[in-house]
Ligand binder design. Structure first.
Ligand code: PAF
Length: 283
């Protein structure tokens, strides 16, 4: 695996690949790789003949009281994992390479969210930070295919909207959530959980499963599905639910009645860690 830090080097390498008719698959990450990220690599690999992974902890998407400084960083470990899964190029720029001089972005991509809901309401500026860095990375890598995880469904939905709105000629793939054996959705932030919190954290996926079972049994009322899931979360000590909501898949607006393709999203705090999970309701 090549590890490249400079935008110009990456561009030169990819230009050579494209001249030979090669396609490029792209997996943007903030490192701290786990099996979820590696499944995104597989999805990119299946659709392209060169896979680029970016590893960049993007300061723009962290709020002032968030975990930017503490976010786990281990490029050597990430490189080894990426190599073991067949990533061809790891692009690991420093902050200066993406945000020269000021360390900030003089222009941002800001989503129109009226009203801001869910993570957008709790983390002002977060999605502008995500969209800005993803737009920059799309322009640097110019991939044919880019893969994002369903775990961050709000992010994936906004990136899909940005890709369409700004005419990026990129095939976007949203790959399914990878879970631990006990159901917990894989996340780089799971390392923050103590052993006890780790047990409480199972309640998120359990709540989703309970709501999904009600859906399978014929329940269509969003209120009823939400109450079933919230009851599971409320019964678990150490879990503070931010939201448990049934939404439609395009703009993630709340719905009154669930339908195939509706998404149930949950966010809860376990100790000091905010955890996100979701499921897409089947037919
Ligand atoms: O999902 C992430 O890891 C980040 O939000 C992303 C998409 C790499 C942008 O920094």
């Amino acid at each position: 695996v090549h590890v490249i830090q400079h935008v110009d080097h990456l561009r030169a390498l990819l230009a050579e690949h494209r001249v030979r008719g090669g396609t490029v698959g792209f997996v943007p990450t903030m490192g701290a790789l786990h099996a979820g990220h590696l499944s995104l690599v597989d999805a990119a690999r299946a659709r392209s003949d060169l896979v680029v992974m970016s590893v960049f902890v993007n300061p723009l998407q962290f709020g002032p009281n968030e975990d930017f400084a503490a976010y786990p960083r281990d490029l050597a470990a990430d490189r080894a994992q990426a190599a073991s899964r067949g990533v061809d190029v790891v692009f690991a720029p420093d902050t200066e390479a993406l945000y020269p001089k000021t360390g900030a972005a003089p222009v941002r991509v800001i989503p129109e969210l009226d009203p801001p809901r869910w993570e957008a309401a709790v983390r002002p500026g977060h999605f502008a930070g995500v969209l800005t860095v993803v737009a920059k990375l799309f322009n640097i890598v110019r991939p044919d295919v880019a893969v994002f995880g369903q775990k961050d469904i709000q992010q994936a939905t906004l990136i899909r909207a940005m890709t369409a709105a700004l005419d990026f000629p990129i095939d976007l793939v949203i790959a399914p959530i990878v879970r631990e054996a006990d159901g917990l959705a894989m996340s780089s932030r799971n390392v923050y959980l103590s052993a006890e919190e780790r047990i409480h954290a199972r309640a998120l996926s359990r709540a989703l499963r309970v709501a999904e079972e009600r859906w399978r049994a014929g329940e269509r009322s969003a209120d009823a599905l939400e109450s079933a899931g919230k009851a599971v979360l409320d019964a678990e000590t150490g879990v503070r639910t931010d939201y448990f909501a049934v939404v439609e898949p395009e703009r993630l607006e709340p719905v009154g009645r669930a339908a195939p393709g509706s998404i149930i999203m949950v966010t809860a705090r376990v100790g000091r860690t905010r955890l996100l999970d979701n499921i897409i309701l089947g037919a």
